[in-house]
Design a protein around this ligand. Structure first.
Ligand code: PBG
Length: 334
C-alpha cells in the first residue's frame, strides 16, 4: 500500500483527530521541535559607558555600550541561548565607513570584552558598512553608484579585524558580488582557515528592516538598497545567489527576512541541504510587539508560532530579537 500522505485511508477508518485528542499525545507526535540552540540573538553596540537606550520601535531591545553588552551576554548565556550577533554604531561616521575596520571600533571592543568575560558564548559579527558610513549605504558611493569591488575590499578588512578581536564567525550582510570569496581568502591568509562564514545569501530589499535602521542608525540618506539587495518578487535568483555563495566558501547560508520568504527558505534547504539560517527581522518583531500592545494578538503565542513556522520551513538557525523571550517560554513549558 502506498504510504504517500496523499493516499491515506479514507474516513471513517482513519480519523486524523485521534492523534490530537490529548496534549501528551500531541507532544509525542509533534514534527517540529523548536530549541534554544537554534537561536542567535542580535545586539547593538554603541560607544560610551553605561549606555542602555531602548529602541522605540523594538520594545526590550537596546543600544548598549560595551559594559552593558557584557552584562547582557551573561544573561543571554544563562538563558541557554548559545550565540549572539553584533552590530556596531560608531562614534563617528564617514564616507568610507572607517569605524567598521578600526581595530578599536565598537564591535572589536565588544568582542574582546565578551570573549574574556563570557568565553562560552559564540560570537558572530555582522559585516557591512551601512552602520558606519555617513550616507548610510553599505559600501562606497561614487556619483549615484554603490561600487562593488572597492567596497568588498573594505569588508575584508572589517571581517579580519573582527576575527583578530575574537569573533567566532563572520556574517557578511552587504549583498555585494564576490564578498564571500574575498573574505574567505583574507581570513585564510591570516590563519583563520577554521573560522566559518555565514553569508546573508538571499537578502531582500525589504520594508521589514525599518526598526533595525532606527536601532543601527543606518537609514540611507538618499536612494535605497535595491541595486544590491534582492527584488522581493524573485526566487530563482535567490537560488543562484545561494549557489554562488556556497561556491565562494559560505559555510552557512541565510535567507532574510524570514516570514514573507518561507518559500525561499524551504527551497534553499531542499536544494542545497546546507546549514541554513533565517533572519526573523526587526519589522517582524515590531509588528508582533505592536499588535500585542494594542491587545490585538496574544504576543507570546504568535511569537512561538512564528518561530516554529520558520523552523518547519527549513531553518536550522534563527536570528531573532525574540531569542530571550522564546528561551524563557521553552524553559517554562519543558
Ligand atoms: C545590514 C543589515 C540590515 C539588517 C541586518 N544587517 C539592514 C539593512 O540591510 O538595511 C536588518 C536586520 C533587521 O531588520 O532586523 N548591515
Amino acid at each position: 500500500m502506498a504510504t504517500d500522505e496523499t493516499s491515506v485511508s479514507a474516513f471513517p477508518v482513519n480519523r486524523l483527530r485521534r492523534l490530537r485528542m490529548t496534549s501528551v499525545l500531541r507532544d509525542m507526535v509533534r514534527e517540529t521541535q523548536l530549541s534554544k540552540k537554534d537561536f542567535i540573538y542580535p545586539l547593538f553596540v554603541v560607544p560610551g559607558k553605561n549606555v542602555k537606550k531602548e529602541v522605540s520601535s523594538m520594545p526590550g531591545v537596546y543600544q548598549m555600550s560595551v559594559d552593558n553588552i557584557v552584562r547582557e551576554c551573561v544573561e543571554v548565556k544563562s538563558l541557554g541561548v548559545p550565540a549572539v550577533i553584533f552590530f556596531g554604531i560608531p562614534e563617528e561616521k564617514d564616507d568610507v565607513g572607517s569605524g567598521a575596520y578600526d581595530e578599536l571600533g565598537v564591535v572589536q571592543q565588544a568582542l574582546r570584552s565578551v570573549k574574556k568575560e563570557v568565553p562560552e558564548l559564540y560570537l558572530i559579527t555582522d559585516v557591512c558598512l551601512c552602520e558606519y558610513t555617513s550616507h548610510g549605504h553599505c559600501g562606497i558611493v561614487r556619483g549615484s553608484e554603490i561600487v562593488n569591488d572597492e567596497s568588498v575590499e573594505l569588508l575584508t578588512r572589517e571581517a579580519l579585524t573582527h576575527a583578530q578581536a575574537g569573533a567566532d564567525m563572520v556574517a557578511p550582510s552587504d549583498m555585494f558580488d564576490g564578498r564571500v570569496r574575498a573574505i574567505r581568502s583574507v581570513l585564510d591568509d591570516h590563519g583563520f582557515q577554521n573560522m566559518p562564514i555565514m553569508s546573508y545569501a538571499a537578502k531582500y530589499a525589504s520594508g521589514f528592516y525599518g526598526p533595525f535602521r532606527e536601532a543601527a542608525e543606518s537609514t540611507p540618506k538618499f536612494g535605497d538598497r535595491r541595486s544590491h539587495q534582492m527584488d522581493p518578487a524573485n526566487v530563482n535568483e535567490a537560488l543562484r545567489e545561494v549557489a554562488q555563495d556556497i561556491q565562494e566558501g559560505a559555510d552557512i547560508v541565510m535567507v532574510k527576512p524570514a516570514m514573507p520568504y518561507l518559500d525561499v527558505l524551504y527551497r534553499v534547504k531542499e536544494k542545497f541541504g546546507m546549514p541554513t539560517a533565517a533572519y526573523n527581522v526587526s519589522g517582524e518583531f515590531a509588528m508582533v510587539k505592536a499588535a500585542e500592545r494594542l491587545g490585538w494578538v496574544d504576543g507570546e503565542r504568535v511569537m512561538m508560532e512564528m518561530l516554529t513556522g520558520i523552523k518547519r520551513a527549513g531553518a536550522d538557525l534563527i536570528l531573532t530579537y525574540f531569542a530571550k523571550d522564546a528561551a524563557r517560554v521553552l524553559d517554562r513549558d519543558r
